[in-house]
Design a protein around this ligand. Structure first.
Ligand code: URA
Length: 212
């Protein structure tokens, strides 16, 4: 398991505005898109490409195209949906699968309520969008489902991560023959007794959509 914390002034600036409780939903949504594009730029650094021969107006040359099978982007509903535009903007040829997961606010256990993930993910690079890596329960359940469908290379893009969640992923995947990477803008201090990231940014779904 690999964790990549993107240390960049633009990332830090946008994240600070997201954290600010006075930021309204419209601004929040726009900033999430911008932040995801910056994180995705790093998260796709090892995207597989194939050489292609093309001709510029001046001369023939060799370039690259994204390899097939196409990468799969999986936003975890509901809050991950707010990250989808930023990701597909950067990688318009990716396919998109949807996973609806909800965590019980008392037990903090995640359960699946919607599954539009294809089978046969062997050889495909998968990018999971989940803004808040808190206990890690939701992300581990999502990654386990993707591995069960044949994936072996999964990158999770999270706006924020808690040390507890990273630890849970480390325990889940350290000794398995799979590539799991978390790309995040920051690792915060801890979780509070309700499972919220501290200082965090609150409930990402509520901040994005303004409703519970
Ligand atoms: N989910 C959120 O939206 N926020 C947190 O802080 C933790 C989980």
């Amino acid at each position: 398991m690999r964790t990549l914390v993107i240390d960049h002034p633009l990332v830090a600036h946008k994240l600070t505005t997201l954290r600010d409780e006075t930021t309204d939903s419209a601004t929040f949504r726009q900033l999430v898109g911008e932040l995801v594009a910056l994180l995705a730029y790093e998260a796709t650094r090892e995207l597989r490409v194939v050489p292609v021969e093309i001709a510029t107006p001046v001369a023939p040359t060799t370039g690259v195209h994204i390899a097939r099978p196409r990468p799969l982007v999986v936003p975890i509903l509901r809050a991950g949906l707010g990250m989808l535009d930023g990701m597909t903007h950067l990688m318009p040829t990716a396919e998109v699968g949807f996973l609806g997961m909800v965590r019980d606010e008392t037990s903090l256990v995640a359960s699946t309520y919607a599954d539009r993930i294809p089978h046969g993910l062997e050889g495909r690079q998968v990018f999971v969008l989940d803004p808040m890596l808190a206990t890690g329960g939701t992300l581990v359940a999502a990654i386990d489902l993707l591995l069960a469908r044949g994936a072996s290379d999964v990158t999770a893009i999270c706006l924020l991560a808690a040390p507890e969640g990273l630890q849970r992923l480390e325990e889940a995947y350290a000794n398995r023959p799979v590539d799991v990477t978390v790309v995040t803008a920051a690792v915060d201090e801890c979780l509070n007794d309700k499972g919220y990231i501290v200082p965090g940014l609150g409930d990402a779904g509520d901040r994005l959509y303004g409703v519970v």
